[in-house]
Design a protein around this ligand. Structure first.
Ligand code: FES
Ligand code: FES
Length: 151
C-alpha cells in the first residue's frame, strides 16, 4: 500500500508491504539510526517519535505510519549542529558502544517535549523502556537532566 507521512520535517510517500515493520521500512529508506535489538518491544533500540510519543518501531507496522508525524535521530541535528540532547550525551559520557543511543535520545526527546523540566524520577520513568548494556544508566540520566537544564 501507499503511505504518506511526515518524516523529520519532510513529506514522504512510499510503497510498503502490509506486513512490513516500521523498523524495517525506515531502515530501508535510509534511517539507519533506527536499530534492531530484541525485535520484541523490550529494549527500546528501535525507538522513534510518532505524533509526539516515543514508540518502538519493531512493534509497529509500516502501514500505520500513514498520516503521522515521525522523527528519528536523523532529524535532530540541524546544519550539522547536534541537538542539545545529543550534545549532552556526548558531554556527559553517556555513550559507550552507542547501540542504544539513538533510541535513548528519541525517548529523552519525547520526554522533554512533554515535560521540559523532569525530575530524576520522571527521567527514569520516561526512559524505562530503553535498555543499555554499557553505561549503567547514571550518565544517561545526568545527560537528560543537563539537556533539560539548558533548555
Ligand atoms: S528492537 Fe524494538 S524494542 Fe528492541
Ligand atoms: S552504550 Fe552500549 S548499549 Fe548503551
Amino acid at each position: 500500500m501507499l503511505v504518506r507521512f511526515n518524516l523529520n520535517g519532510e513529506e514522504i510517500e512510499s510503497e510498503v508491504r502490509d506486513d512490513e515493520r516500521a523498523l524495517d521500512f525506515l531502515r530501508r529508506i535510509g534511517m539507519k539510526s533506527v536499530k534492531e535489538g530484541c525485535g520484541e518491544g523490550e529494549c527500546g533500540a528501535c525507538t522513534i517519535i510518532v505524533n509526539g510519543r516515543n514508540v518502538v518501531s519493531c512493534l509497529m507496522l509500516a502501514p500505520e505510519l500513514d498520516g503521522t508525524e515521525v522523527w528519528t535521530t536523523e532529524g535532530l541535528s540541524f546544519k550539522n549542529e547536534l541537538d542539545p540532547i545529543q550534545k549532552a550525551f556526548v558531554d556527559e559520557g553517556a555513550i559507550q558502544c552507542g547501540f542504544c543511543t539513538p533510541g535513548m535520545v528519541m525517548s529523552a526527546k519525547a520526554l522533554l517535549m512533554k515535560n521540559p523540566q523532569p525530575t530524576v524520577e520522571e527521567i527514569k520513568k520516561g526512559m524505562e523502556g530503553n535498555l543499555c548494556r554499557c553505561t549503567g544508566y547514571f550518565k544517561i540520566i545526568e545527560a537528560v537532566k543537563k539537556a533539560a537544564d539548558e533548555n
